[in-house]
Ligand binder design. Structure first.
Ligand code: HDD
Length: 711
C-alpha cells in the first residue's frame, strides 16, 4: 500500500475546505487517509472479508452442546484478541498525543538549510507525544516525574524528531549508565513497588551515589515535575545540537519550547489526590482543550552558540547535565507549533508512534554529547521488539510525507509491494534507480558535519564534565521562596519514604550539602538528621548568581485565563441572575465555567428555573479546577454552608491557593479571610479581581494561612 499520497508532499494540493488551522495539517491527515477505517454503513465481516450472520453465538453441537473447532469466525476473533497488546515502552510508557502543525516565523537560512525553517508560508505537520517516565501504561498522569515532550515534524525533506523532556538537563552524562538509572528508578524488582514514583530506596541509593544526577534531581524535586497541564510545560531538546547553513557553517544550538499558556504546576497534595480521583487528568485536559478549540501553542526557539565560542562557558556544551543560562545566551524564536487535532485511535497513533533522536534532516546534526550518541542507537533498537521488526517506519503514524524509496526489502510486516527487479545499487536493470542525491545548498542529500577528530580511543569522562553542583546551586538559588519551600518539602517527602537511613544521610551530606547548606539543613531537620556543616566537594559556583528564567513564576503565559476551568457551586434556591452574570463574565475571558451541584441532578433556582449541572461536587472535586465561584442566593449558600461536601470543596480549594468568589456569609461561616484571591460578591469588581488571581495561577500570599487548613 505505498500510496501515491505518501509520494506527494505538496500540502497546497491537499488543502480542502477545512478551517485554516485544520487544513494546515492536511498533508499528514491525507497520508493517513488510505488506512483510516470507517465502519459506518458497513457489514460486519471476518478479516478475510466474509459477511458474518451471527456475532452472538459460537458454533456448537446442539444449543447445549460443546463448541466446534471448525468455528473459524470465533477462532479468528479470539486469536486476534489474544494478541491485542504489544510490549509497552521500557520508559515513557504512559503518554498521550496530538496532531498539529509547525510554522516558521521567517527565513532562518542564515542558521540552517532545513527547509521547514526557511519559509513562513510553509506548514509542517507534527505529531506530539507527552509522557511520564517511570510508570507503566496504566499509571496515573499526575505523579512526580519528568515529562517526555517528543515532537515528530513531517517535513518535506524527511522526518525530524525532537525527542525532549520538560526539563533541560538529564540524570546522567553517558548513555552507558541509562540502564542502571532506569533500573534504579523503576519499581523495585522484588515487589514491583512503587508505581509511578521515585520515592523509594533504589532511586535514592543510585542518585546519592552518582553526583552528576544532582542538578536533574533538583528539577525533579521542583514544581516542574508536577505540571498543572501538559499544555503548561516548557520543552527542551536537552543536548547541544548543530544547525548548519547552506554555506556549511555550523552553530551549536539548544532547542526550547515555550508555552503560550505559561508554565504552571499542581500542588503536591493536589497531584497525589488527582492520581486517585482522575488518573487521566492530564490526557483528559489536553483532549478537552483541543476538542473545545482551545488549541495549545508553543514557540520553538534556540540558544545559538557560534562554533568559535564553544569553550567560552564554565561548563562543557557536550555535558547534558548543564543548561546554558538564558541570561548568557537568550532564546531566539524560530517559529510556532499549534496542536489542533486529537488522534482518531489511541493505539494506532499514540502507542505506535516511534521517535528517535537520530531522525534528522539536512541542516541539523548531532554533537558528541555521549548521552545523545547512545540514544542514537537505543531508540531504533527498542522499536524492533516493541513494534515487531524493522518496518515500523511503514506504520501510518510513522510514515514520512516525503518519499522514501530505497533498497531495503522484506522483513516482518512488510506493507509495500516493491516493483522492479533490482533491489541493489548500483544497478543497470532498473535504470539505476533509486539514485543518490549529492549534497547541495538546497534539496541535497544528507551530509554529516565534517568535524575533525584526532583522539585516542579511550573509555574516560572528560574533566570538563566534572562540576556537578554549581548549576544545581544556581537552580536552587534562582527559585522564589515559594518554589524553594516546595523543593525542600519534596526532598523531605521522598527521602522520608526511603527505608535505609544511610541512603538518606548520604543524600543530605554528600549531595544536598554541596548544593546549598541551608537546603541540606532544612531537609535534614525534616528527617531528624543532624544538619551538615561543611561541603564535601569544593564547588566553584556558576558565573551567574541567579538565572531568573529558571523560576516558573517568571513564565505566566500570554493567554490570560483562556481555557481555565472554573467551578460554579450551586444548590436549590440559587440566584439565577447571579449565576448568569458570573458565567457570562468568565466566558468573556474564554474561561470554562462549569456548574456543580450537590448531586448530578439539575438545581432549582430561586425564580423557579431549572439549571442543569455538569457534575456533582463529588464527581468533579475542587482539585480539578483552577478557581471556584459561588453565586448569590440565600437558600443556596445556606445549603452549601450546611453541606459537608460543599464545605470540603471550598476549604480544599482555599488550601490549594485557588482564586475564589464567595458570599460574605459563606466565607464567614467557613472562617476564611478575604485576600488577594478570595473576593466577596458577584459584581464586576469581584470578577476582575478573581480573573487577575486566576491569571496568577495561585494566591501564593495565602500559603502560610492555608497550611493551617486540614488537607
Ligand atoms: Fe529516552 C523514550 C526523552 C535519554 C532510551 N525518551 C523516550 C521518550 C522521550 C525520551 C520523550 C518517549 C518517546 C515517545 O513518546 O514515544 N530520553 C529522553 C531524553 C533523554 C533520554 C530527553 C536525555 C536527554 N533515552 C535516553 C537514553 C537512552 C534512552 C540515554 C538510552 C541509551 N528513551 C529510550 C528508549 C525509549 C525512550 C528506551 C523508550 C521507548 C522508545 O524509546 O521509543 O529507547
Amino acid at each position: 500500500m505505498p500510496s501515491k499520497k505518501t509520494d506527494s508532499p505538496k500540502h497546497s494540493q491537499l488543502a480542502g475546505t477545512d478551517t485554516p488551522d485544520r487544513a494546515n495539517t492536511n498533508a499528514k491527515v491525507q497520508s493517513l487517509e488510505d488506512v483510516r477505517s470507517d465502519a459506518t454503513g458497513q457489514a460486519l465481516r471476518t478479516n478475510q472479508g466474509v459477511r458474518i450472520a451471527d456475532n452472538q453465538n459460537t458454533l456448537k453441537a446442539g444449543d447445549r452442546g460443546p463448541s466446534l473447532l471448525e468455528d473459524f469466525i470465533m477462532r479468528e476473533k479470539i486469536t486476534h484478541f489474544d494478541h491485542e497488546r504489544i510490549p509497552e515502552r521500557i520508559v515513557h510508557a504512559r503518554g498521550t498525543g496530538a496532531h498539529g502543525y509547525f510554522q516558521s516565523y521567517g527565513n532562518h537560512s542564515a542558521l540552517t538549510k532545513a527547509g521547514f525553517l526557511q519559509d513562513p508560508a510553509k506548514i509542517t505537520p507534527v505529531f506530539v507525544r507527552f509522557s511520564t517516565v517511570q510508570g507503566p501504561r496504566g499509571s496515573a498522569d499526575t505523579v512526580r516525574d519528568v515529562r517526555g515532550f517528543a515532537v515528530k515534524f513531517y517535513t518535506d525533506e524527511g522526518n525530524f524528531d525532537l525527542v525532549g523532556n520538560n526539563m533541560p538537563v538529564f540524570f546522567i552524562q553517558d548513555a552507558i549508565k541509562f540502564p542502571d538509572f532506569v533500573h534504579a528508578v523503576k519499581p523495585e524488582p522484588h515487589n514491583e513497588i512503587p508505581t509511578g514514583a521515585s520515592a523509594h530506596d533504589t532511586f535514592w541509593d543510585f542518585v546519592s551515589l552518582v553526583p552528576e544526577s544532582a542538578h536533574m534531581v533538583m528539577w525533579a524535586m521542583s514544581d516542574r515535575a508536577i505540571p498543572r497541564s501538559l499544555r503548561m510545560m516548557e520543552g527542551f531538546g536537552v543536548h547541544t545540537f548543530r544547525l548548519i547553513n547552506d554555506q556549511g557553517v555550523a552553530s551549536f544550538v539548544k532547542f526550547h519550547w515555550k508555552p503560550r499558556q505559561g508554565v504552571h504546576s499542581l500542588l503536591w497534595d493536589e497531584a497525589q489526590k488527582l492520581a486517585g480521583k482522575d488518573a487521566d487528568f492530564q490526557r483528559r485536559d489536553l483532549w478537552e482543550a483541543i476538542e473545545t478549540g482551545d488549541y495549545p501553542e508553543w514557540e520553538l526557539g534556540v540558544q545559538i552558540v557560534p562554533e568559535a565560542d564553544e569553550h567560552k562557558f564554565d561548563f562543557d556544551l557536550l555535558d547534558p547535565t548543564k543548561i546554558i543560562p538564558e541570561e548568557l545566551v537568550p532564546v531566539t524564536p524560530l517559529g510556532k507549533m499549534v496542536l489542533n487535532r486529537n488522534p482518531d485511535n489511541f493505539f494506532a497513533e499514540v502507542e505506535q508512534v516511534a521517535f528517535c533522536p537520530g531522525h534528522i534532516v539536512p541542516g541539523i546534526d548531532f554533537t558528541n554529547d555521549p548521552l545523545l550518541q547512545g540514544r542514537l542507537f537505543s531508540y531504533t533498537d527498542t522499536q524492533l521488539s516493541r513494534l515487531g521488526g524493522p518496518n515500523f517506519h511503514q506504520i501510518p503514524i510513522n510514515r514520512p510525507v516525503a518519499p522514501n524509496h530505497n533498497n531495503q526489502r522484506d522483513a516482518l510486516h512488510q506493507h509495500v509491494v516493491h516493483k522492479g527487479r533490482a533491489s541493489y545499487e548500483p544497478n543497470s536493470i532498473d535504470g539505476g534507480w533509486p539514485k543518490e542525491t549529492p549534497p547541495a545548498a538546497q534539496d541535497g542529500g544528507f551530509e554529516s558535519y565534517q568535524e575533525r577528530i584526532d583522539a585516542h580511543k579511550i573509555r574516560q569522562r572528560s574533566e570538563s564534565f566534572g562540576d556537578h553542583f554549581s548549576q544545581a546551586r544556581l537552580f536552587f538559588q534562582s527559585m522564589s521562596p515559594t518554589e524553594q519551600h516546595h523543593i525542600i518539602k519534596a526532598y523531605s517527602f521522598e527521602l522520608g519514604k526511603v527505608e535505609r537511613e544511610a541512603i538518606r544521610a548520604r543524600e543530605v551530606n554528600e549531595i544536598l550539602a554541596n548544593i546549598d547548606l541551608k537546603l541540606a539543613a532544612a531537609v535534614a531537620a525534616n528527617l531528624g538528621l543532624p544538619a551538615p556543616t561543611a561541603v564535601t566537594v569544593q564547588v566553584k559556583g556558576s558565573q551567574l548568581a541567579q538565572s531568573p528564567a529558571l523560576s516558573q513564576l517568571n513564565h505566566p503565559g500570554v493567554v490570560g485565563i483562556k481555557g481555565r476551568k472554573i467551578a460554579v457551586l450551586v444548590a436549590d434556591g440559587v440566584d439565577a441572575g447571579s449565576v448568569d452574570r458570573l458565567v457570562k463574565a468568565l466566558e468573556a475571558h474564554s474561561a470554562r465555567p462549569l456548574l456543580l451541584g450537590p448531586t448530578s441532578a439539575p438545581v432549582k433556582a430561586a425564580d423557579g428555573t431549572q439549571l442543569p449541572v455538569a457534575a456533582s461536587m463529588e464527581g468533579m472535586p475542587s482539585i480539578m479546577f483552577d478557581g471556584i465561584v459561588v453565586p448569590g442566593g440565600k437558600a443556596s449558600t445556606d445549603a452549601l454552608a450546611a453541606s459537608g461536601l460543599a464545605k470540603h470543596f471550598l476549604l480544599e480549594g482555599y488550601k490549594h491557593l485557588k482564586a475564589m468568589v464567595l458570599t460574605r456569609e459563606l466565607s464567614g461561616s467557613l472562617g476564611l479571610k478575604e485576600d488577594k484571591g478570595l473576593v466577596l460578591g458577584d459584581d464586576q469588581g469581584a470578577v476582575d479581581a478573581f480573573v487577575k488571581a486566576v491569571e496568577g495561577h495561585r494566591v501564593w500570599e495565602r500559603e502560610a494561612a492555608a497550611e493551617a487548613v486540614p488537607a
